[in-house]
Design a protein around this ligand. Structure first.
Ligand SMILES: Nc1ncnc2c1ncn2[C@@H]1O[C@H](COP(=O)(O)OP(=O)(O)OP(=O)(O)O)[C@@H](O)[C@H]1O
Ligand SMILES: [Mg+2]
Length: 300
């Protein structure tokens, strides 16, 4: 069966620079997949190869079973892209741009879809403005609308929320979730790891052109991070020595506990019961912690 996206052994060199090194991954139907990594890791280069803006040095890319090198037109009908860079169309207004863009896909009367997207993305009041009259955030929304005029089944979002205020970020992600429910598969890149953690079913972490980790977001966090467990005791008469203990701050004992160990097991090993404890807090590991762990402090 054809999957929304299959990348096999992708290599992209720019002259002597190896920007993408033997990258392989799939995206399943209705999945939100996050491609994460520091600046220059190769995320945009991968997306450029998928949308045929760049030619791969090696490797194969299929979109719904269409090899993008051999059948680019068919593959392009299946996907929509929001590029990282804002593009300026000086002469046309918002609505005209969406009409022209529909024309690229051979869709003549696309009014209903265009009106839907204008409303959905908060652009209706701005539909007669020329692009140069739009704010940065509105330009981003226009890019999202453009990517969706032909109802693609695979959506590629390259940092769609860069430089966008929190309200728009939230509404964009909500829209992405709605698209997912409609069966659209989504590949996104973002430097907002908290948002990626909330949104992405799976993530791939890229560094220097290589995928260094890929998997379900929740599992990856459990595998790579610890929980921070802090508690205060009612009395100070217990020693509380343990390999997971990291520090004491005042009367607060702080432990870094792997997900393989339950809090109950930790308590048993410390010969404690809940009755000994005055206060307890547990801070879960995050995608940001996992990212830092993998990249050893580089990147964001
Ligand atoms: N057209 C190009 N010609 C030459 N080098 C390029 C070109 N595009 C990208 N590069 C280089 O390839 C590497 C990967 O860049 P890319 O834009 O794919 O990174 P990225 O992960 O998208 O980074 P960011 O988070 O900053 O967007 C970088 O070293 C970059 O300088
Ligand atoms: Mg990029």
């Amino acid at each position: 069966m054809s999957v929304p996206l299959r990348i096999k052994g992708l290599v992209k060199n720019y002259g002597s620079l190896e920007a993408v090194k033997n990258v392989s991954f799939d995206i399943q139907p209705g999945e939100i997949f996050g491609l994460l990594g520091p600046n220059g890791a190769g995320k945009t280069s991968i997306i450029s190869c998928i949308v045929t803006l760049e030619e791969p040095t090696q490797g194969e890319i299929e979109v719904y079973g269409y090899n993008v090198a051999k059948e680019p037109r068919k593959a392009k009908y299946k996907m929509g892209t929001v590029p990282q860079e804002l593009i300026h169309h000086g002469f046309f207004n918002t609505q005209e741009i969406l009409e022209i863009h529909s024309g690229y896909y051979g869709i003549v009367n696309n009014k209903e879809r265009i009106n839907y997207l204008l409303h959905k993305l908060g652009l209706w009041e701005h539909r007669e403005k020329k692009v140069r009259q739009l704010s940065g955030g509105m330009k981003r929304r226009l890019l999202v609308a453009k990517a969706l005029v032909h109802q693609p089944k695979l959506l590629l979002l390259d940092e769609p929320t860069a430089g966008v205020d929190i309200e728009l970020r939230e509404s964009l992600w909500e829209f992405v979730r709605e698209l997912q429910k409609e069966g659209v598969s989504i590949l996104l890149t973002t430097h907002y790891l908290e948002e990626a953690e909330e949104l992405c079913d799976r993530v791939g972490i890229l560094n220097h052109g290589q995928i260094i980790k890929i998997g379900e977001t929740k599992k990856l966090i459990k595998d790579l991070t610890h929980r921070k467990v802090t508690f205060q005791l009612k009395t100070q008469d217990k020693g509380l020595e343990h390999e997971y203990k990291i520090t004491i701050e005042g009367d607060r004992h702080i432990f870094s506990v792997p997900y393989s160990k339950t809090i109950e097991e930790l308590f048993n090993e410390l010969s404690l019961t809940l009755g000994d404890v005055k206060d307890l807090s547990i801070q879960e590991g995050s995608l940001e912690d996992a990212f830092r762990y993998l990249l050893g402090g580089q990147g964001e």
